[in-house]
Design a protein. Structure first.
Length: 396
């Protein structure tokens, strides 16, 4: 957790008194945007059938590189999962670089990489690199910039602005491109996630928006290295951000909204989870968590996974406990086996804890949620070691 002390503004009364610095920090959400208030939405998107979801485990805070007082955000991880670029430093938006020897090692202390940007004296906020790490695209306010270097050990040349036509912007971030760099996906705080097509060496034109599942507000994300999956941040009616995925059948087809699904194992329902970046085959994911939905509390996390799982069977893969039936009518059995679980918490989609139960020495627990509305919940298992595992509950 960042040592910077943050105070939450009361959304209804607005009576909290803060210093100028604290107000500046509070008014920026985890994506670095000015907070104007909560967004309302329709009833959440529902699947008509059981589908596969990406699953991760071994989630950890990148404590070896996270700054104790300043934000660390918008990671981009290399294809092999060994090299990491992100926004950080004293002002929270300088390009930082770090690497590690293998997937089981800690990252080295980060170094700052300078990218001179034409017509601006401040750093961009988010970055995307080509697979060889020689091309970089930077998002700054309503502009995208491009720079190149001749080798990974050389400096980037002065970044030039990329012209974007066909739509007006508010604040853009999270650029992703395909391998040919003729398609660009980015997020704008007013327009959502958009796709552009290259029209010249320095210009792109608006093509279409990515599909939006009913009831969700989508924000920062990144396309997979094989261009078939898009991981993004999803929010329901002002609730906590979670990381979701959408897939498509080819790099030239549209992403299929029917495949929209929460990524299993990495989302903490009590935090804001956002800004994902994935290695080859989606084996490693780097992402951001924020305790207070504030830019200043952003920290980098990493997780590992090499399988997909049924969203209704996610717990089997954790080998921690079994939930059955799931979906259910509200009566749920938890089989803990020999797991050292201190207690379970049931969390709703807005991050509110609605029930807590301790297994004690009992291997099977009955959980009664029949008085709760139908929908999606999260079961948070807290171990005596401090480890946390989160699984989805579905009540029909």
């Amino acid at each position: 957790m960042k040592t910077t002390i943050l105070f939450l503004l009361c959304a209804l009364s607005g009576l909290t008194v803060m210093s100028k610095q604290q107000v500046t920090e509070q008014l920026l959400d985890q994506n670095g945007n000015v907070v104007h208030g909560y967004i309302t939405a329709e009833a959440p998107f529902n699947h008509t059938s059981e589908i596969a979801a990406f699953a991760y485990d071994s989630v950890r805070d990148l404590a070896e590189i996270n700054h104790p007082s300043f934000p660390d955000a918008f990671p981009w991880i290399s294809s092999d999962g060994l090299r990491l670029y992100y926004s950080g430093g004293i002002n929270g938006s300088e390009l930082q670089f770090t690497q590690r020897a293998d997937l089981n090692s800690f990252f080295d202390p980060p170094v700052t990489i300078s990218i001179p940007v034409v017509n601006t004296t401040t750093d961009p906020v988010s970055y995307w690199l080509s697979a060889d790490e020689l091309d970089i695209y930077c998002c700054k306010s309503t502009s995208v910039y491009y720079a190149h270097r001749t080798s990974v050990s050389s400096a980037f040349n002065t970044a030039i602005i990329i012209s974007l036509s066909g739509i007006s912007f508010s604040y853009i971030k999270s650029a992703s491109l395909n391998a040919l760099q003729d398609r660009l996906i980015l997020w704008d705080s007013n327009n959502g996630i958009m796709e552009f097509q290259r029209t010249s060496a320095t210009s792109f034109s608006y093509l279409q928006n990515l599909p939006l599942p009913s009831g969700y507000v989508l924000s920062t994300g990144q396309m997979s290295k094989d261009e078939l999956t898009y991981f993004c941040t999803g929010e329901i009616a002002g609730g906590h951000n979670m990381i979701y995925s959408m897939t498509r059948t080819s790099s030239t087809s549209a992403f299929d909204v029917s495949t929209f699904q929460q990524v299993i194992g990495i989302n903490d329902p009590l935090s804001w989870n956002t800004q994902p970046s994935m290695s080859d085959s989606l084996k490693v994911i780097a992402f951001v968590r924020s305790d207070l939905n504030s830019w200043s509390s952003n920290e980098l996390y990493i997780a590992y996974g090499d399988h997909v799982t049924s969203v209704f069977d996610a717990v089997k893969n954790s080998e921690a406990f079994i939930i059955y039936p799931n979906p259910s009518n509200g009566y749920i059995h938890l089989k803990t086996g020999e797991s050292q679980i201190r207690n379970f918490e049931v969390i709703d989609l807005l991050g509110k804890k609605i029930k807590e139960i301790s297994p004690g020495n009992t291997e099977t627990i009955e959980l009664d949620l029949t008085n709760e509305p139908h929908g999606i919940y999260f079961l948070k298992a807290i171990y005596t070691s401090g480890q946390i595992k989160i699984s989805k509950l579905v009540i029909n």
